[in-house]
Write a protein that binds this ligand. Structure first.
Ligand code: ADP
Length: 300
């Protein structure tokens, strides 16, 4: 087979086939040029791939472009009927939050912040839109699923603490821990929030800051996926408020918990990883804060 091919080439290269020879030389030159072009093209493509890979790695480091979609609100709407009229609390809210972020949801009174938090926490439902938390569609949950979700996945911290007045501080935490599967030890959590000396005091015997610590301990003892805080410093002076924020931030940084704080106080924004601004039932702005300011430097 090889011999046949060589003979054919020899015959083609014979003087009587000069036209053919020129044709083959010409084709060979074109082929060589094309081959060189292809090699250059491949090198360029390889360089683009390497640069792209480097850029993508940078993007992963830069949390502003990396989105894991741990929490996602898509066109979420909510209206309330007040007599004959409807109040549109949320008019199409969209945002994403990554796992382990410290998020501040800010906006004026009546903007829709509490409605967002209540819907995210399964205490209220939306009329329209999609809500995803850790891969599950919360907007599709029925009543039983919502109870389970609130019980196991959500820790709530309220402005006015909402403690059981006839239970001691540690009993308040134990009560929450009892209804959860992977609850933490109530006493250890009370020690973590700096209340080891207040275990057996009733809420009425505690200061506002201490009561808020108990309510944070109660939320943390559930070992939830999300810690949702509705104006947690609203009833506290600024120094006590800072201590509470430090506690919430350490839950985020040390335990990797996703913490969402709603506030009308814009001064708190610099301490957050992500800021979501809400106005008239819509997200007016959302951005990543690359220069998180330590709580000590925040003034309000
Ligand atoms: P924010 O927390 O930003 O102060 P809210 O989410 O509490 O705002 O309220 C948004 C809007 O929805 C307001 O106009 C409020 O009056 C209305 N709203 C909230 N909850 C209810 C409700 N249960 N019934 C009727 N209107 C409500």
């Amino acid at each position: 087979m090889e011999n046949v091919f060589l003979n054919l080439l020899k015959r083609l290269k014979a003087p009587k086939c000069r036209a053919f020879n020129r044709f083959f030389d010409y084709m060979g030159a074109i082929f060589n040029r094309q081959l060189r072009m292809k090699v250059i093209l491949m090198k360029v493509l390889l360089m683009i791939a390497v640069v792209n890979d480097m850029l993508f790695t940078e993007q992963l480091k830069d949390r502003s472009v990396f989105v894991d979609g741990f929490i996602k609100f898509s066109n979420v709407r909510k209206r309330y009927k007040m007599g004959e009229i409807y109040v549109y609390a949320l008019a199409g809210v969209d945002f994403v939050i990554n796992k382990g972020e410290f998020v501040v949801v800010a906006g004026p009174s009546g903007a829709g912040k509490s409605t967002v938090l209540n819907i995210l926490g399964g205490m209220d439902t939306c009329d329209d839109g999609e809500i995803t938390v850790d891969g599950s569609r919360v907007d599709k949950y029925n009543r039983e699923k919502l109870i389970e979700y609130r019980r196991y996945d959500i820790g709530f911290v309220f402005q006015f603490y909402n403690l059981m007045q006839n239970l001691t501080a540690v009993e308040n935490v134990e009560l929450a821990a009892q209804i959860c599967k992977n609850a933490l030890d109530p006493k250890s959590v009370m020690i973590d929030v700096g209340l080891e000396h207040r275990l057996n005091n009733f809420p009425s015997q505690l200061s506002g800051g201490e009561q808020q610590r108990v309510s944070i301990a109660r939320a943390l003892a559930k070992n939830p996926k999300l810690l949702l805080c509705d104006e947690p410093t609203g009833a506290l002076d600024s120094n006590t408020g800072k201590e509470i924020l430090r506690l919430l931030q350490s839950a985020c940084r040390q335990k990797g918990m996703t913490v969402i704080v709603i506030t009308h106080n814009t001064a708190l924004q610099p301490m957050a990883d992500r800021i979501i601004r809400i106005n008239s039932g819509k997200v007016s702005d959302m951005y990543i804060n690359k220069d998180v300011v330590p709580i000590e430097r925040i003034e309000w």
